[in-house]
Each structure stands twice: as C-alpha cells, then as structure tokens.
Design a protein around this ligand. Structure first.
Ligand SMILES: NC(=O)c1ccc[n+]([C@@H]2O[C@H](COP(=O)([O-])OP(=O)(O)OC[C@H]3O[C@@H](n4cnc5c(N)ncnc54)[C@H](OP(=O)(O)O)[C@@H]3O)[C@@H](O)[C@H]2O)c1
Length: 288
C-alpha cells in the first residue's frame, strides 16, 4: 500500500464505481484527491494538466468514461474524445508527472464469439462505438505510457450509486407481471464494492499490463434477473426469454464476454466471491 502514501487521484469519483472506490480508499486511510467532470475534463489536455499540477498524484485511477453504450452510437465524437483521447491525455500527463495510471476498461472490447472466457492477451474486436473507443483508449495508453499503467477490464457492474440492472429489474418487477429479458448474452455480474477492493489490492502491486477482474461464476441477463426477482420475493413475475436481436438495441453487444480472471487471482491471491453472494449482500444493504 506504499504506493498510496502520496496522493492518489481518482477521476470519475462521482460515478457508480467511483463512489464505492473512494469510500473504500478513505476507509483504508489512503490519501486521495477525488475529481469528476466538474473539476476535470479528461478530453481536454489543459484541464488534465491543471488537475495533475494541483494534485501532484503518485497514482491516478481513471474511471471517467462515456458509459452509455447505446448513447455512444449517436454521440461518436464525444465517446471518442473521452474514452480514447481522454485516456491518452491521462497517459501523457502521467508520463510527465511520473504517475502510475490505473485505467478501467471493458469486456466490450471483445466480439463475444469465443466459446471460452476471454484472457488478457486474446485479440479484441469490439462491435460497437463504446467498445471501439474504449479499446482505442487502451491502445493509446499502452503507446504513451508503456511501463507505468494497468488496464483493468471488468463487466456488468452494479452498485448503489448508479443506475443499474438490479434496481431496474426490481422496479420493473413491482410494476409488471411479465418481463422480457435477453438470454443469449453471458457475463459475470460484478458488484462495485467488490471491484473497489480488488482495485486497491492491484494498486498496491503496481504491476503493468492488462488484468481481468469480475465476480466469480457467470450467467445470462435472464439468469441474473431471475435471481434478483427470487431474492426479493417477486417470485410471481414471469420472465419471457428473448434473444439480443429481438431486443433490438442500437449498439451491438458481445454474446459471450465472460472474462477469465485467473491472472488477477494469481497476482493478488484474491478471488472475488460468486456473483450470487455479492448480489445477496447488495440487496440486503439496500433493504430490498
Ligand atoms: N458500468 C459497467 O457495467 C461497466 C462495465 C465495464 C467497464 N466499465 C468501466 O468502468 C468505469 C466506471 O464505470 P461506471 O459505470 O462507474 O461509470 P459512470 O457511473 O458513468 O461514471 C463515470 C463518471 O465519469 C464522469 N465523466 C464523464 N465524462 C467525463 C470527462 N470528460 N471528464 C471527467 N469525468 C467524466 C461521469 O460524469 P457524468 O455522469 O456527468 O457524465 C461520471 O461521473 C468506466 O471506465 C467504464 O467504461 C463499466
């Protein structure tokens, strides 16, 4: 944890993951400076340099991104300027200030055609604008800051401080007797509180490269919805399983984007708990 002795700059601190990460870091007594869009615009180099001058960070954790997957299809310029150029700006500033950069990325860099969980060195082939711009961000970080970065890919996040699938399903289940949910996308629902602990652990190691990190085990969106409804007692709500094509969302999505987390487990000696146990804790904390 020595790496956190100097201030750690968390960018995207007011987002869903950011709020839980900053709480966990404060609890661990890690010195941190929290910034979000009101204090830094990562797509602007002068803004990034101003923030670095102010914080003088030894480590930077970037959670800021344009995360609205369907919205990115219609706001390609914004998605590119934040997810790709923003990531590059942070890498350049980190190089100038001698900071280590931890950057969050996504399973959407993969096309989902594999029949096995994706490993870190599998070839990305993003399908939509969100995935393409996030992948471009990864490449630009690797080029600008080859030795001092860690890219953490994760997926299917939910947490108390953001709009998420769990809350959406509960709300919909209270209002409807039947829900149509996709059954052909596979992934690991990941609780932001668990991911925050993992990021702190990884930060302490200061290892460069890419690492995949999610809760253990995997499911489909319909499997996830079914457990959510069961755990909150909405057992009379029927799930009609549909496929991705039938749902007809603007952005294409990978079908099997389960991430292999064995590298994370080997590096840290940690294994994030099974998604169902994490979900149970989230629901009881929220009093659902
Ligand atoms: N959510 C998921 O399921 C998921 C899955 C895989 C990977 N990830 C990655 O994990 C990270 C955190 O995700 P999240 O769901 O916690 O995101 P989030 O809730 O959308 O938080 C992102 C934060 O970044 C801010 N932001 C947007 N543009 C910015 C800019 N130009 N400069 C500075 N800040 C800016 C946002 O402000 P506004 O809200 O005002 O825009 C928001 O507070 C992201 O990098 C995302 O790509 C997320």
């Amino acid at each position: 944890m020595d790496e956190f002795a100097a201030p750690c700059l968390v960018i995207g601190a007011k987002g869903m993951l950011g709020r839980d990460l900053c709480s966990a870091m404060r609890l661990a007594k890690i010195r941190l400076v929290e910034m979000d869009i009101d204090e830094i615009d990562i797509s602007s180099m002068p803004s990034v340099l101003g923030a670095f001058r102010k914080a003088k960070p030894r480590m930077v954790i970037n959670l800021a991104a344009v995360t609205d997957v369907d919205g990115c299809e219609f706001k390609q310029d914004l998605a590119f300027s934040v997810n790709a150029l923003g990531a590059e700006n942070l890498a350049i500033a980190s190089r100038e200030f001698g900071s280590f950069l931890i950057h969050m990325s996504t399973d959407y860099v993969f096309d989902g055609s594999s029949d096995k969980p994706y490993r870190e060195n599998d070839l990305p082939n993003p399908l939509g604008v969100y995935g393409k711009t996030k992948f471009e961000g990864e490449i630009r970080i690797q080029e600008a800051l080859p030795m001092n970065h860690l890219i953490v890919r994760t997926q299917w996040l939910y947490g108390e401080h953001g709009k998420n699938f769990v809350d959406t399903i509960i709300k919909a289940g209270r209002q409807n007797k039947k829900l149509r949910i996709v059954n052909d996308q596979h992934g690991a629902p990941t609780y932001t509180v668990d991911l925050a602990e993992a990021i702190i652990e990884l930060g302490g190691l200061r290892l460069s490269g890419i690492v995949h990190c999610t809760n253990s085990e995997n499911t489909t969106w319909s499997g996830f919805a079914s457990r959510i409804l069961g755990m909150v007692g909405l057992t009379d709500v029927e799930i009609e399983e549909i496929n991705t094509e039938e749902l007809g969302r603007p952005a294409p999505r990978p079908l099997n984007s389960v991430l292999d987390t064995s590298k994370f487990e080997r590096l840290t000696g940690m294994k994030l708990r099974c998604w169902e146990n994490a979900l149970q804790e989230y629901l009881s904390k929220r009093n659902f």
